[in-house]
Each structure stands twice: as structure tokens, then as C-alpha cells.
Write a protein that binds this ligand. Structure first.
Ligand code: GLU
Length: 503
């Protein structure tokens, strides 16, 4: 259902398949998705693979897969098809050639036979002269106000010399548009180069192909990173040459490192795939990127949003101009909130495969059926939920719930063992073994009653018990941990441990 009058809203995410999905790309995709869904429009993913040299095999599929894993499913794409395809630019070459022909015929574009060396020399010369490098229009035909006779151009064409096709940028005009995020923006055409539209390999450039496709795919709103703002005059001129109505534009603020430099791979991960591999969950990542440049408005303290909620609340008007700092601590915090709130059966679903993998790789002295059961995992999750940073840590960080310790934290042992520790421990193990009640409460009562007459504090045994039953010196409440591990496991570990740890 469309909630605004006028043409159906259609947005697009147009990644180049050069490798991974950048977090900035995920934000662009998300904002396009949110805007379209909010007004009942369509969200399209178009693969812009016109730079064949930078194209990475399989990157298009993996981009879409990562997007879908994050919950952003396109209405039209190479995966799902649609009425405006193909959605891969390399499959649309005939279309670009046809529109290029039109611009040549209209005298809006011209052949350029300048070689790479000539262009390079020209650039160096202009830089030396302190002027902004631009094509010197050597091949601009006489018929278009240049110096090159048509006969020379024809000669080159007949020779089959390699060429590119450039757009002719009108001299000294002002190019203006109203950006949804940035307001009115104006450019002087004198600063705009005669952009190459068609390359010598017959492929269009990004600028040319994307304008044509945005028009043919009936895109109504172009939402993309600020780095594309400077391309606006070229794009607007192309719309004008063709006599097409330009869509609306929203240029999103830059993503910055905490030191306010432009977000780059050098200062840490920027690939969504890497964050997922580290254990961040897609819904938390999406929540995090939603807040990179958008907020709900003054007075709202809310930071945790589901995708459905974002669809309801998102608006382009609330996207800021100022660069958005990519603060990994915030992502960590959001991730924790998601883990705290996630239903236990969902966590079990996610961690079971990890546990199965570990159990396939190493053997355990524990009862495999028991430790893989939903009941046992629920107990581990309840105990550890507040302590883990990532879902996979229910397995990795809490490995002692599934495997007996092989080693004991040496520093913790050195700190916690006294001359009589093993002796007192041995006596307590015998008492524990004789008890039928292995509940946390009862273990606590027993331990306190046991140490008091010896003139010891509970800590005298608490730490050694933890170290011998888990291998490490920190963790959840000891008594609850022992209850979850179960009597058989605990007694086995304590007996084995007491023999191994000597002072
Ligand atoms: N293919 C461009 C990119 O890789 C798309 C830019 C745009 O959205 O117009 O970012």
C-alpha cells in the first residue's frame, strides 16, 4: 500500500561487486530499504559491474546473501528477478550503447581518441599550471564548438582506433538541486570534466550506466553515500540531455573513525562479513548501522530497534549531515542488549551447531546426550547470559560446561592455594560425594557449615573448587555452576584436579 500520492516509490542499492559488503554499504542498503518499505514502495538491488577489472567472481551473490542474512530482502534483484531487469549491468550493454548513440546524435557526446599518455601529460601540465586537471577537449568536434574537423574523427573511426565517448559539459552554467539531507546544492559547470561515458572496452562508466538504469528502473529516490555528491552535476546533466525527470536525491553522511578520519579498513574491520564471523549478530549490526546518521528525534532515548520498528519510524528528514562516528563500543553494547533479550530457544538453535562441531572435534568425559539437550543448554544460557559478549561464547567462553578442564589457570592456582588447601578440599569432596542434594542452595549451606568450624572463610574453598571444576579463576556463581555441571561431573573433576594441582 502506497501512503503518498504520486508515483510508486522505488529505491535501489547499487553495489559494485568488488569483494565484501562494507558497513557503509549496509547502511545505504538499509536506509533505501526502510524508506521504500515505510511508504509501501519497492526496494531494488542492482549490481554495478561495469568495472570489469575490479569485479570479483561470486561477490554479487555473497553481497546479496549477507544482505538477506541481515534481514534486508530486495523486491527485485539478480536473485529474485523483477519487471525491470536484468539487474546486472554487464547484461545491459546494448541499452547503454543505444543511449550513447542518442547523445552522440544530439551533440551531447563526442568520440575521444586521446591516448593514456596524452591524458597523463595533459594532467601533469595542468597541475604545473595550478589549474584543476580536466580533459583538454582536443577531440571536441568543430560542430560542437571544438577544434577537431569531422574528417579527422572519421579517419580515426575508419582506422578502428580505440576511443572513449565523453559527454560535453556545457560551459559556465550553474547546476543546482535540492538534496533531501543537505538542502540546496549548487555546482559551477566550469569545474566539471567532460566525463567518459563509454570506455574503450565498450563498457559504460558508472556515471552513465547508473543514470540510465535509475531512469529505466523508475527509481524515485536515490539514497547513497556523500562521496557521490560530487558526481551530481554529471548525473543531472545526463538527465537533462535525455529530457528525463531526475529522481530525488539524499546523500548520507560519511562514516568516521572515532578520531574523525574517514572510516577505513586500516583502523579495523569494515566488512559486514567480518563482523558476522567475529560473532556479532545480523540484527544487532543492522540496529547499529541504522543509528549511523539517523535518529528518531529529540526526546527519544531509544537505541534498540527491531527492523519492523525501524520501518515504521525511519524518515529521511531525520538523517543528519554531520559525519557519523563508527563507535565499536556502541556496537558491543547493542550486541549485549540483543543477547539479553533473545528468546532462549533462539539461542539454543544458534549454538547447537557450534557445540556439535566441537563435540565432533574432541571427545568429552561428559554425557553427550545430556550436554546437548535443550534442558542443559537452557541452564547454561540462564547462568551465562549476562556474562557473554557474543552468542558463540555460550560455547567457547564457557567451554567447561561441555569438556573437563585439561589445565588449570596457573596464576589463579598460585593465588588461591595454601599449604592445607588440598587436604581440606579432599575432606569436603568426600562430604559432597555423600550428599544426595546437589542444588546450589545445599552446596552453599554445606560449604559454609564445613569451613566455619575450621576457622576458615568460604573463599578458602570457593576459589579452588571453581578452578578445579572449570579450569579458570572466574565465572558465574560457583554454586549454580556446580549444580548445572551436576554431581557426577563435579566429583570427577575435583578428584582428578586435586591430584594434578600441587603446591
Ligand atoms: N556502484 C556505486 C557504488 O559502488 C553506486 C553509487 C550510487 O549509489 O549511485 O557505490
Amino acid at each position: 500500500m502506497q501512503t503518498t500520492l504520486g508515483p510508486r516509490v522505488r529505491t535501489r542499492f547499487a553495489p559494485s561487486p568488488t569483494g565484501y559488503l562494507h558497513v557503509g554499504g549496509l547502511r545505504t542498503a538499509l536506509y533505501n530499504y526502510l524508506y521504500a518499505k515505510k511508504v509501501g514502495g519497492d526496494f531494488i538491488v542492482r549490481i554495478e559491474d561495469t568495472d570489469q577489472a575490479r569485479k570479483v567472481e561470486g561477490a554479487d551473490q555473497s553481497l546479496l546473501k549477507t544482505l538477506e542474512e541481515s534481514g534486508i530482502v530486495a523486491d527485485e534483484s539478480i536473485l529474485h528477478g523483477g519487471n525491470f531487469g536484468p539487474y546486472m549491468q554487464s547484461e545491459r550493454l546494448d541499452t547503454y550503447a543505444q543511449y550513447c548513440r542518442q547523445l552522440l546524435d544530439q551533440n551531447n557526446a563526442y568520440y575521444c581518441f586521446s591516448t593514456a599518455e596524452e591524458l597523463d601529460e595533459n594532467r601533469k601540465l595542468q597541475m604545473k599550471q595550478g589549474i584543476q586537471p580536466k580533459y583538454n577537449r582536443k577531440w571536441l568536434p568543430e560542430t560542437m564548438g571544438g577544434n577537431m574537423p569531422q574528417s579527422e574523427i572519421q579517419k580515426k573511426l575508419d582506422e578502428g582506433a580505440p576511443y572513449v565517448i565523453r559527454m560535453k559539459v556545457p560551459d559556465y552554467i550553474s547546476i543546482m538541486f535540492e538534496d533531501i539531507v543537505r538542502g540546496p546544492v549548487e555546482f559551477d559547470s566550469a569545474t566539471v570534466d567532460d566525463q567518459v561515458l563509454m570506455k574503450s572496452d565498450g563498457f559504460p562508466t558508472y556515471h552513465f550506466a547508473s543514470v540510465i538504469d535509475d531512469h529505466l528502473m523508475e527509481i524515485t529516490h536515490i539514497i547513497r553515500g556523500e562521496e557521490w555528491l560530487s558526481s551530481m552535476p554529471k548525473h543531472l546533466l545526463l538527465y537533462e540531455f535525455f529530457g528525463w525527470e531526475a529522481p530525488r536525491f539524499a546523500h548520507l553522511p560519511l562514516l568516521l573513525n572515532p578520531d574523525r578520519s574517514k572510516l577505513s579498513k586500516r583502523q579495523g574491520d569494515v566488512a559486514v562479513e567480518d563482523f558476522i564471523a567475529k560473532g556479532y549478530s545480523p540484527d544487532a549490526i543492522l540496529n547499529f548501522v541504522a543509528l549511523l546518521g539517523w535518529n528518531e528525534g529529540e526526546g527519544s532515548e531509544q537505541e534498540i530497534y527491531s527492523l519492523e520498528e525501524l520501518v515504521q519510524k525511519f524518515s529521511l528528514e531525520r538523517v543528519g549531515k554531520a559525519g557519523a562516528v563508527f563507535n565499536i563500543d556502541k556496537l558491543d553494547w547493542i550486541e549485549k542488549q540483543y543477547i539479553k533479550a533473545r528468546p532462549v530457544d533462539q539461542i539454543i538453535q544458534a549454538i547447537k551447531p557450534l557445540l556439535q562441531k566441537e563435540l565432533a572435534e574432541k571427545s568429552t568425559d561428559m554425557d553427550v546426550a545430556r550436554i546437548s539437550s535443550d534442558e542443559y543448554l537452557t541452564q547454561v544460557i540462564d547462568l551465562m547470559r549476562e556474562r557473554v559478549n557474543f552468542e558463540n561464547e555460550f560455547i567457547t567462553f564457557s567451554n567447561y560446561f561441555y569438556f573437563d578442564p585439561e589445565t588449570y589457570d596457573e596464576a589463579a592456582v598460585a593465588k588461591r592455594w595454601q599449604d592445607d588447601t588440598n587436604e581440606v578440599l579432599a575432606e569436603f569432596i568426600t562430604e559432597l560425594e555423600a550428599s544426595d542434594d546437589f542444588s546450589a542452595d545445599n552446596i552453599e549451606t554445606m560449604l559454609k557449615a564445613f569451613v566455619a568450624p575450621k576457622g576458615k572463610k568460604p573463599a578458602f574453598l570457593i576459589h579452588p573448587l571453581r578452578i578445579l571444576s572449570s579450569g579458570v579463576g572466574f565465572g558465574p556463581s560457583l554454586y549454580h555452576m556446580l549444580e548445572v555441571l551436576g554431581k557426577q561431573t563435579v566429583i570427577r573433576r575435583l578428584k582428578k584436579g586435586i591430584e594434578r594441582v600441587t603446591v
